[in-house]
Design a protein around this ligand. Sequence first.
Ligand code: NAD
Length: 352
Amino acid sequence: MARTFTYSGSPAHIVFGNGASSEVGTWIEKLGCKRALVLSTPHRAADGEALAKSLGALAAGTFSDAAMHTPIEVTEAAMAKATEVKADCVVALGGGSTTGLGKAIAWRTDLPQIVIPTTYAGSEVTPILGQTEAGVKTTLRDPKILPEVVIYDPELTIGLPVAMSVTSGLNAMAHAAEALYAQDRNPVSTLMATEGLRALRAALPLLVKEPRTLEARGDALYGAWLCGTVLGAVGMALHHKICHTLGGSFDMPHAETHAVMLPHTIGFNAAAVPELLKPVADIFGSAGGGLYDFASSIGAPLTLRDLGLKQADLDRAAGIATQNPYWNPRPFDRAAIRALLQDAWEGRRPQD
Ligand code: NAD
């Protein structure tokens, strides 16, 4: 088949290495900034304070109330703090929630962002912001949202609990799996997605056995960068739509929901595009069943029931997930999604 594609590179600086987070000050100065507001979640407030202390005069203050799904009230409080301390850039230290807060500030102010990710969610390399107002989550895409600098330091992920490492890693893999069949995929996104899946396939079982192995932590974070990059570069489909629905309308936990849904959505689409999902089959043995066996072998949650979703909610979830038509490689109707959700709720192994 004739090759036709559009490739647009992401303009961010990516800095990767053990101890690389000690370079934050240098990067603040390279961006032409002098007064950083350091962001974290309440849980990681001490790390935010320690980072601010190490930055000396380059840190103008800290804000440690970042929360899941970027609530507007939290963003407004952080904006007030940024104004109060005359911040000229933000440094987000943490997972997708902290990154989301930095993006929300940047979208409103165009302040430059430096992100130091400590999970595998991948938000740091996308121009996408999801935020919540009065319980409704909306998503927007803008070049202003893409962080200017991302510093990946595997040493900072050593303490990421095993359960969170597993679900966050599967969350990253979901970006790569859907990138393989994206309509706007290109040869580079496919290479990155495949390498990201390979890196996480190798790293996650090692992390489960030895959570403090720096080499495996490095491989997982490297995989997360690749998977996040393709999330930012190409369009997602059924899997992300269902997870967005379950997170937004049923308050299901982000990474865990991705982890449970992944084998089911990818198995469903493999029936339509087996060639495009061949990298998944090559790496995991098969698409749906292979991903399920892998998730099971590393102790991932396997049922929506265990995550707290009620069976009575499945009808409504299928309705919301199929409300607005969107592209997916395999056509579907409400009944098909209802059946898929039932399988995920029960944790049934997908057919190969
Ligand atoms: P998170 O950022 O909420 O982190 C979960 C918890 O783990 C928090 O309490 C955090 O403080 C803690 N934590 C983080 N790193 C840790 C570490 N190294 N050690 C110990 N504890 C640590 O979770 P997440 O899954 O990274 O992010 C989820 C959020 O990111 C969701 O709101 C999701 O919508 C968003 N997201 C956005 C994009 C995008 O492109 N816009 C992509 C992926 C995820």
